[in-house]
Design a protein around this ligand. Structure first.
Ligand SMILES: [Zn+2]
Ligand SMILES: [Zn+2]
Length: 143
């Protein structure tokens, strides 16, 4: 992991790479990795390259879940290229699991806390419950 971080830092001197509580890209130029992660070392490298992918695709704005999933998918496609570049093994199953847990998370976030019905999302990313009229916000990017 330290080697990979060094390589990324020398390719992208403008990036601030630091230990954090989770793997995360924080615009404009902060990349965090979790030194205590429970993921295996190859999975952790993949997660870091995914976050680097977020940085390189330069797209962080989303208002709806569909846009969020699109950005996530694109960051993984980018990570696949980066795996070749940095000699990290790309793990298709791991990536599919990550995207699945993302979809599950978004599905869970779309449920009304009062009636457990799936809310609908407006263009600004707010959810509305069709039954009780409750309103809640788009969840934040989890990882
Ligand atoms: Zn992501
Ligand atoms: Zn409701």
């Amino acid at each position: 992991m330290q080697n990979l971080i060094k390589k990324i830092a020398s390719d992208h001197p403008e990036l601030e790479i630091a230990a954090g509580e989770r793997f995360q890209f924080s615009p404009p130029n902060h990349l965090y990795y979790d030194p205590q992660t429970s993921y295996s070392s190859s999975e952790a490298k993949l997660l870091l390259l995914h976050e680097l992918g977020h940085y390189l695709i330069k797209e962080t704005d989303y208002s709806t879940d569909i846009e969020l999933i699109e950005i996530e998918t694109r960051a993984w496609v980018k990570a696949k290229d980066l795996c070749k570049q940095y000699g990290v093994k790309y793990d298709e199953d791991f990536v599919e699991d990550r995207l699945d847990s993302y979809r599950d998370y978004l599905h869970y976030s779309s449920l009304c806390k009062n009636c457990q019905l799936a809310g609908y999302q407006d263009n600004a990313g707010h959810y509305h419950c069709p039954l009780c009229g409750a309103k809640w916000n788009n969840p934040s990017h989890p990882e």
